[in-house]
Design a protein around this ligand. Structure first.
Ligand SMILES: NC(=O)c1ccc[n+]([C@@H]2O[C@H](COP(=O)([O-])OP(=O)(O)OC[C@H]3O[C@@H](n4cnc5c(N)ncnc54)[C@H](OP(=O)(O)O)[C@@H]3O)[C@@H](O)[C@H]2O)c1
Length: 333
């Protein structure tokens, strides 16, 4: 048996409770990982309370809300253990595994299949899992994959180039904090937009400039950008037009049908483009991020860390506004 945080009904953080469940056993192509740290992402917060997410406040088009609702469960959760990111140690390997051995420290991403808020999990050796960089703690490594993989995929779709000016809306969040660092890595000048509380955090990630959206409207300061990356759909194409250079790109991580039509229209018309993109990460992307971490080009800053037993408290904290880093869950060493 193993400890895990389970939930059997949708709701506020109180639905999360510590329990004992059957320890998984690895298949021939899988590794069994003793989880040392996991995290809270927006995906965990949504999955915990998906019943309250109507098509209107869902961040994607209605066509994607229905499959998401069916995936997470119509009236009660279909997956009982949350947690998409993890770092830990390989405890055992299946008979066909060649990439890993017992004792390896690894980190990885389970995406929507979740299950990392537990002492053990299994991953296929060719899944989204790789060796943990030694210059990161388990907690830091467990807060890297979601934001880094999503930001990397979306920035690659618009081919960010050295010397470009990039504006990131939502720079203090999971994806935005990675986008700031990756834009810098690709040689762009990065400006991060967030609230007052997150300004120092975003600066510490290497942003060349920061804008506090509670005090300044980025679209009225006369600056122009090659790329405006809006992660949380807090702007509109109409608002951004004067802030985009000619041929500039307005990239959206969250979008509705309206933005999809704008993408179609701007791709036909030419000039400034709207791009709505979904991340489709591959295992090689995690190795790419690991190399950036090893080279000191990518880091993760923990705002707060909670023991597994206090996962409900961690959800409460993660739901508050004004992020100053990641929320990690530690399972001890
Ligand atoms: N396209 C894809 O493949 C894909 C994949 C995963 C997720 N997503 C989307 O990404 C979104 C979640 O991103 P995330 O995980 O980075 O969220 P997150 O961690 O909650 O971060 C969102 C950030 O946005 C900031 N923010 C709020 N209002 C803002 C404003 N008006 N201007 C600028 N920043 C503002 C918040 O800062 P304050 O708290 O300081 O206000 C917060 O730090 C969801 O909508 C999800 O649908 C897309």
């Amino acid at each position: 048996m193993m400890k895990a945080i389970e939930y059997t009904e949708y709701g506020s953080p109180e639905v999360l409770h510590l329990t004992e469940v059957t320890k998984p056993a690895q298949k021939d192509n899988e590794i069994l990982i003793r989880v040392r740290a996991t995290s809270i992402t927006v995906g965990d917060l949504w999955a915990r309370n998906f019943k309250e997410i109507s098509p209107r406040n869902f961040s994607m088009p209605l066509l994607l809300w229905l499959p998401a609702r069916m995936f997470f469960g119509i009236s009660k959760p279909r997956i009982s253990i949350l947690g998409s990111e993890f770092a830990g140690d390989v405890e055992a390997v299946g008979r066909d595994v060649t990439r890993f051995k017992a004792g390896d420290s690894v980190f990885g991403y389970r995406g929507q299949s979740m299950g990392a808020n537990a002492e053990y999990l299994c991953m296929p050796e060719d899944g989204m899992v790789t060796i943990k960089p030694i210059n990161m703690t388990y907690e830091e490594a467990a807060t890297v994959p979601y934001g880094a993989l999503t930001a990397l995929n979306l920035l690659r779709k618009v081919n960010v180039q050295a010397g470009q000016k990039v504006l990131i809306l939502g720079a203090s969040g999971g994806i935005g904090s990675a986008a700031v660092q990756l834009a810098k890595y690709f040689g762009a000048e990065a400006t991060g937009v967030c609230s007052t509380a997150g300004l120092d955090f975003v600066r510490s990630l290497g942003a060349d400039k920061v804008i506090d959206y509670t005090r300044e409207d980025f679209s009225k300061n006369g600056e122009t950008y090659d790329l405006i990356f809006d992660i949380v759909r807090k702007s509109s194409f109409a608002q951004c037009k004067d802030s985009l250079k000619s041929g500039g790109v307005y990239l959206l991580a969250s979008f509705k049908m309206k933005q999809l039509f704008q993408m179609l229209w701007t791709s036909v018309r030419g000039g400034m483009r709207v791009v709505c993109a979904l991340s489709a990460e591959k295992p090689g992307d995690l190795d790419f991020i690991r190399e950036l971490v090893k080279a000191g080009k990518f880091r993760s800053i923990i705002d707060k860390c909670y023991p597994l037993e206090q996962t409900a408290e961690a959800h409460r904290y993660a739901e508050m506004e004004g992020k100053k880093g990641k929320v990690a869950i530690t399972l001890g060493v």
